[in-house]
Each structure stands twice: as C-alpha cells, then as structure tokens.
Design a protein around this ligand. Structure first.
Ligand SMILES: [Zn+2]
Length: 432
C-alpha cells in the first residue's frame, strides 16, 4: 500500500507530512516525496485529511472476558471476583471463550489495537480466535493447579506445551504464546518457582502476571512471605529472570521500583480499570524516572468497559497530571510511546510500535477533518487531548487491512455478535 500526502508520526514522535509505503508485512518507504515507482506499492490511499499513527499495543487484557462486559459493576475487587466473575467463568466453555475473543478482536481492530497481551485459561480456543481474527497477540496460558500441587505434568502444563507447539510463532510471529500466573495471592510458592523454571527451560515464552493491584494484596503478601512485597517475593522466586509484563503495579515501594528496573520488568498500567475498581493510581512518574518500561493497557472489558486505547491514552495523560498537581507530567510523546512502542517491546517485538523503514507495517489511520481536530497548532497535542476512538478509519496489521470504515474484511461481525448473545443467555440460565 502507499499512503500519499499523509501526516504520519515519525520515529521521534513528531507529526510530519509525506508518503508511507508498505510491502508485505513491512514498511518499506518513508519520505517527504513520492517514491520513484509508486505503482509498485499496489493500493494507493489518499492521505489528505488523514493521520497515520503506529498501531496501538494493549499491554494487558483478558479478551475472553468480553462476555462479562457490564455484568458486575460498582463492587469491590474481592466481591466482584468472588460473587460475579468467578461463578460466571465457571460456566464458560471453549466455544464461549472463542466467540468472546472474536468479539474483543473486532473491538480492538476497530479501536486501532494491532496487538494485545492477553492472559486467561482455555488456551486453545483463544489461540484459535487470535489466529482467525488477524490481530497480533502474546496469548498467555494461566498456570493454575490445585493448591500445593505440581505444575509440571499437570493438565494445564500439557495444554500449554501443546498450544506452544502448535501456535507459538504462527503467521510470521503474529501469534506468540506466553506463560502466566494470575497473581501472588492465587498461587503457591511451589507453582511460581515451577512456572519460572519451566519458562526458562522452554526459552521462548515471556511471562505475564498481576502485581500489587490493591493495598490489601500487598499487605497480605507481606504477612504470607516474611514481610516481602509481591515484587520482592516474585523476584526471589526467580520469576523476573523471565522477561515479564507485570500488570497494575499500583502499590509499589521505592525498593520495588528498583527491582522492576533491575530485572527489566515492563509495568502494564491500567488507569481506567484501577479507577473503576478504586485500586489506586500507579506511580508512573516514579517508574519512568527510574527507567522502567511503562506500557499502557485497558485490562478486560469487564473492568474498563471498552478497548478504546485512544481514550485510555487520554485518561493516562490527564490522570497523572491531576493526581500530582503537576501539569508538565506525561507529555503527549510519553503517552503515545506508552500506547505503542513500550507495548511492542514488552511483547518482544523489537521491530514494531514505531513507524520506521523496515519495521512491521502496523498502522492506524485517523480522520482528522472533524471539528474537534481544528485548528491544528500541533497534531500530537490534538492526537492525545482531542482525538476520539471513532476517528479511526483503518487498522493495518503486518501490512494487512484488518479494519476499514466500519468493516472487518474476512470476519462476520453479525455472526460473532449472535454467538456471543447465545453464550450469554445460556450462562445466565445456568446461573439463575
Ligand atoms: Zn487483568
């Protein structure tokens, strides 16, 4: 494809005008002027009134929880989990999970998310849904075993090995399989150590885990593990020797932040989910000051309640100004970096998250002709403070158009909505 006369975000996160060409899965041309043989790029896209940004990376989510959107609201995290989420999840079949992941994939593509870091059980139908939907994913299989039981040799472990064998690296690396632990408070020390060892043995899977989401989680961890915080405990178990994405990290000590930096852990911050569940606010400025990779994430739609990453980016930028009383915090560049490049790096995708020649052609095109985009003093300011998810016209993943003008080429959105509704009704009947 060749995007002509279009504003795009350059690798130093400035809006510049020019031509962006893609061939196969890669960006192969960037320039102020047209390439010498424009017709060799195939489809030409008129870029007037358009802005091309790097594909958005969601650094923490549970797409299989799409079915739970709007199901449990206005509750504490513990009540929400034990009274609503866990009973509903007990009813989920592989088929439900497949359609839920398809639903969230439609939503991701519609909101410019080209890749998601995803954690759940039911590894096989999730991997199949990501394969079918066209979205990229680091799809993690949550290691769960009965309390105190061994992981290696368990059903979950066997499942993980087979999904890793069949899906890891599929479609030129579009699908990657990670391992995951839900959290310190839902796992035994034996399990954490075994999963860390198994990830090291496999040598190709990254790690995902929820860390220090609430104050009571940190307090409980200190009681259970000789005064150690979740970060200290997980480090001592060897978990952070595997490249890890730690979701939330709301309640951190200075010692925790130093460990996250030392071990190269990415913090996936989920501002909207943390606000909704009243968990607190992640100390993002302190993490950035320490040099920690901070990537932006939505968490699941049951605690967000959508996958609108531009909205998340705006909230992220505003929240840290408001909470600190310092309006210079989180510049537009830092906000966009957290929503793009930081997430790509957290997924081990070095050649993505930035519009650069040779990088993956992960691109999102926005309509910038709306009243809320006028006038233009600085497109980066408008992108972070004025843009709306509804401005997204096209999402391109590895050079393929996966969403354009309300349609998902190759995907049957009506069937997906219908299957999701069928699952919802069946589960509600079973719970009644
Ligand atoms: Zn989560």
């Amino acid at each position: 494809m060749l995007f002509q006369n279009i504003y795009y975000i350059s690798e130093d996160f400035k809006a510049v005008k020019g031509f962006v060409g893609t061939e196969g899965a890669r960006i192969t041309y960037l320039g102020e002027n047209a390439p010498t043989a424009p017709e060799s790029f195939g489809r030409a896209v008129d870029g007037r009134g358009r802005l091309l940004i790097p594909g958005l990376y969601n650094a923490h989510s549970h797409t299989s929880m799409g079915l739970l959107r709007g199901y449990g609201e206005n509750m504490t995290l513990q009540d929400w989990l034990t009274k609503k989420i866990f009973p509903f999840e007990d009813q989920l079949t592989d088929e439900d999970v497949y359609w839920s992941t398809m639903l969230c994939s439609l939503e991701m593509l519609r909101f410019g998310i080209v890749s998601t870091t995803d954690m759940y059980m039911h590894a096989l139908p999730i991997a199949e849904a990501f394969r079918d939907s066209g979205v990229k994913a680091n799809s993690a299989i949550c290691a769960t075993v009965p309390s105190g039981a061994a992981y290696v040799g368990s059903v979950r472990h066997q499942e993980a090995l087979s999904v890793i064998r069949d899906f890891h690296g599929m479609d030129d690396g579009r699908i990657l399989i990670d391992l995951a632990l839900h959290a310190e408070y839902t796992t035994s020390e034996r399990l954490v150590r075994e999963v860390a060892e198994e990830a090291a043995r496999l040598g190709k899977c990254r790690m995902q885990i929820h860390v220090s989401e609430t104050a009571s989680e940190v307090e409980g961890c200190r009681e259970r593990h000789n005064g150690k915080s979740p970060v200290e405990y997980l480090k001592d178990c060897g978990l952070f020797d595997i490249p890890t994405t730690a979701a939330h990290c709301v309640h951190l000590s200075p010692a925790d932040i130093a460990i996250l930096k030392e071990k190269g852990v990415t913090v996936a911050t989920c501002p909207k989910s943390n606000l909704k569940l009243a968990s607190g606010v992640c100390p993002v400025q302190e993490l950035l000051d320490a040099g920690v990779n901070v990537a932006l994430a939505t968490d699941s739609v049951s605690s967000n309640n959508n996958l609108n990453m531009l909205g998340e980016m705006q909230l992220f930028a505003l929240l840290h100004k408001g909470i600190s009383g310092d309006p210079t915090r989180i510049s537009p560049k830092e906000a966009l970096y957290a929503a793009t490049r930081a997430g790509a790096l957290s997924q081990g995708r070095e050649d993505a998250g930035i519009i650069r020649e040779g990088n993956r052609a992960d691109l999102v095109m926005l309509d910038i002709t709306g009243a809320h985009w006028q006038p233009v003093h600085d497109l980066m300011n408008n992108l972070v403070y004025s843009a709306d998810g509804g401005d997204i016209l096209m999402t391109v993943v590895d050079g393929k158009v996966c969403y354009e003008n309300g349609e998902w080429p190759g995907l049957d959105s009506e069937k997906i909505f219908a299957e999701v509704e069928r699952s919802r009704q069946r589960i509600l009947k079973a719970l009644a």
